[in-house]
Design a protein around this ligand. Structure first.
Ligand SMILES: [Zn+2]
Length: 98
């Protein structure tokens, strides 16, 4: 059986994923999917407005060293999560320009 050590396929696949905002490309993976589901079941209401939560948010973002520990998680409804993500993205842009 022939082995191809130097294939250009993986590099193409990686560059194709760049810029996508999904759990998979953040490297969350299956473990996170399980944690997220369990956390939402235990905390079904939005931490901010009390609406039905659909997202589990990291209080300290992953890129700032936040973990999947429950102390670092909060349930958010779609509206509150979008508002928070938008603000974090703006803060991130400002930080990278400074
Ligand atoms: Zn909310």
């Amino acid at each position: 059986m022939r082995r191809l050590w130097a294939s250009d396929a993986p590099a193409a696949a990686v560059s194709g994923l760049r810029g996508q905002e999904s759990d998979a490309t953040h490297g969350y993976g299956y473990q996170w999917t399980k944690i997220r589901r369990a956390f939402l079941r235990a905390n079904p209401s939005c931490a901010r407005c009390g609406a039905k939560a659909v997202q589990v948010d990291h209080k300290t973002p992953r890129r700032e060293g936040g973990t999947h520990a429950w102390e670092n998680l909060q349930s958010l409804c779609l509206k509150c999560h979008q508002a928070k993500s938008k603000r974090e993205r703006r803060d991130g842009l400002l930080a990278s320009q400074a």
